[in-house]
Design a protein around this ligand. Structure first.
Ligand code: SF4
Ligand code: SF4
Length: 338
């Protein structure tokens, strides 16, 4: 274990960013949105719980080119898009977002493997930060997330110091930087971690999340709650875009001056044209679309993969303009009988 004073963090970051691209959470801009951005040195960091925009976009960007076709003299040649080769380091990730990546792994690293996602996952070192400011909408502990310890390196802030514990082989790549800019210590920080866990588990949302059930598709699909809750859904897609586990995308070809670029971009099951095919739209009403999103998180994903497709980050609870979030669905499922 290593420790450094709060003022020593920028020297450590300076050493890390000499060798790697370093991302850290910041909050600025007109709308004051917190998100992960490259660290250039000297900026104020946002280290108060999970960010508005999550870790997901560093691994599965909102928009990315996946192929390029160059047109010359009537012929088309395919130009490969480069995958990530150098390592990136992410500091300040919340444990719920790291768990979100584990859910995405179940989708993108399964055959056929998504090579763009895989290269980013393999070439990243994630330093979690013990979440000592959970929000009232957080319920990560209901999904087995440990807000006090996760990632390749676990960092904890306590009494004016940052403590770093290396947890994986990838984390060891930063050991020389830690050894140069921090002091080695055998202090026990388990009490601090336990406080973090208890605080997260005491959030009001966690009491509702604790009502999660493992009901099967046939027990939930036709419940009256879907019509009742979806009535005011705007179909805006905010809940899907901000969710660390939502992974649907569409593919589109755009004309360029010398050919075509094929790109993929996030899509949302809340949109009326989502998965629309020549044979028609499989989910015609907003009720069906709303049900799809929450059935996928709470029933289908668990039936197919053995884990829920939600990590309790609370973003959809905070950001849904109509307050039709997943906690309401969990509560209704636990109370409703067909
Ligand atoms: S549930 Fe809320 S955030 Fe999601 S699409 Fe409907 S209105 Fe938008
Ligand atoms: S469904 Fe809502 S609470 Fe669950 S992981 Fe997604 S955004 Fe977070």
């Amino acid at each position: 274990m290593y420790k450094c004073g709060i003022n020593g963090l920028s020297r450590l970051f300076g050493a890390i960013s000499e060798k790697y691209t370093l991302y850290a959470p910041k909050k600025h801009g007109v709308n004051s949105v917190s998100q992960f951005e490259p660290y250039g040195g000297g900026e104020d960091l946002y280290l108060s719980g999970n960010t508005d925009r999550g870790l997901k976009e560093l691994f599965f960007p909102q928009y990315e080119p996946v192929a390029r076709f160059i047109e010359k003299d009537g012929d088309l040649t395919v130009k490969e898009i480069e995958k990530q080769s150098g390592y990136t380091v992410v500091f300040g990730a919340a444990a719920c977002d790291i768990k979100g990546l584990e859910i995405l792994d179940l989708v993108f690293l399964k055959e056929p493997v998504d090579e763009f996602y895989k290269s980013r996952r393999e070439k990243s070192i994630i330093i979690s930060l013990g979440c000592d400011s959970p929000s009232e909408t957080c319920f990560c502990t209901c999904f087995g997330v440990d807000p006090g310890k996760s990632g390749d390196i676990s960092a904890i802030k306590s009494d004016g110091f940052y403590y770093f514990e290396i947890l994986t082989e990838k984390g060891r790549l930063l050991e020389s930087a830690l050894a140069s800019f921090c002091e080695k210590t055998d202090e026990d920080i388990e009490d601090q971690r336990e406080k973090i866990r208890k605080r997260a588990a005491s959030m009001p949302a966690a009491a509702i999340g604790a009502r999660l059930t493992d009901k099967k598709t046939e027990e939930v699909f036709d419940l009256p709650l879907w019509a009742k809750l979806s009535e005011h859904c705007l179909g805006c897609g905010a809940c899907t875009y901000l969710c660390p586990t939502c992974q649907c995308y569409d593919i589109k070809d755009d004309r360029t001056k010398d050919g075509v670029i094929r790109c993929r971009f996030w899509d949302s099951c809340m949109y009326s044209d989502f998965t629309k095919m020549s044979a028609g739209q499989p989910r015609l009403t907003q009720k069906e679309r709303y049900r799809q999103r929450f059935m996928h998180k709470l029933v289908y994903f668990r039936e197919n993969n053995g884990v829920f497709g939600c990590v309790g980050c609370g973003r959809c609870v905070r950001k849904c303009p109509s307050s039709l979030h997943i906690l309401k669905v969990i509560k209704e499922i636990s109370e409703n009988e067909r």
